[in-house]
Design a binder for this molecule. Structure first.
Ligand code: SAH
Length: 213
């Protein structure tokens, strides 16, 4: 579990690239500059860890591209101490970014192998989400709701109603919507019934799966 000057140099370059691609949030860039992404992926990919690319992790899933992580996190506008729900823990990299921003993080993963691996990894890196859960994120985490923000890190064919219901008034839900490719979508809860919808560019995610094992 080495984190060397060479890795730091590569992270500096990655952050420079993310700035060039339009990421502006200094707190997000600082988190990416700090987190050892090479420790979240298989060591055979270590040399590529700081390229702006998605990579395979276990259970045929992927660690999201750093630009995507930065873009989604920037849209979430996380403030210290906010309660954030992540759907799709995967490698735990996005979870780590949220923790570094000072959020109280809840995260759900439906692949048991990834759930266990990430639950084991994060404490070793000194990263402590409030709650990691194994289950179907389509349902959210009603027992811990409401949340200031919800981030979905898999492509969803539609917006799960449970997630909308678990968002605080004023809260933000960031979700990639679509089947083949996804449109990054931000919903802001205006009141009990109304949500304001904003759409951003196209992205590509592994699918958010409902009721399947
Ligand atoms: N945030 C992760 C992204 C992993 S890819 C990272 O940075 O590594 C998306 C993840 O969503 C996968 O791990 C997949 O297993 C998970 N997923 C898909 N459908 C899900 C569901 N219904 N509930 C919870 N997790 C789900």
């Amino acid at each position: 579990m080495k984190n060397t000057d060479k890795h730091q140099g590569l992270r500096n370059q990655l952050v420079k690239l993310l700035k060039e691609k339009g990421i502006r949030d200094a707190t997000v860039l600082s988190a990416i500059n700090t987190i050892p992404r090479h420790l979240f992926i298989d060591s055979s990919f270590e040399n590529f860890a700081y390229q702006d690319k998605a990579f395979p992790i276990d259970a045929e899933q992927t660690i999201s591209q750093p630009y995507t992580v930065a873009f989604q996190t920037q849209l979430l506008e996380v403030k210290k101490g906010q309660k954030i729900l992540e759907i799709g823990t995967g490698s735990g990299y996005q979870t780590a970014v949220l923790c570094l921003l000072g959020a109280t993080v809840y995260s759900v993963e439906r692949q048991v192998k990834l759930f266990k691996k990430t639950q084991n990894l994060l404490p070793k890196l000194g990263i402590r989400p409030k709650h990691l859960s194994f289950g179907d994120g389509y349902k959210g985490l009603p027992e811990h709701a409401p949340f200031d923000g919800i981030i979905v890190t898999a492509g969803a064919p539609n917006i799960p109603h449970a997630l909308m219901a678990q968002l605080k008034i004023g809260g933000r839900l960031v979700i990639p919507l679509g089947e083949e490719t996804q449109i990054m979508t931000l919903l802001i809860r205006k009141n009990e019934k109304q949500f304001e919808k904003h759409e951003f560019g196209d992205f590509k995610f592994v699918p958010l799966l409902e009721n399947k094992n």
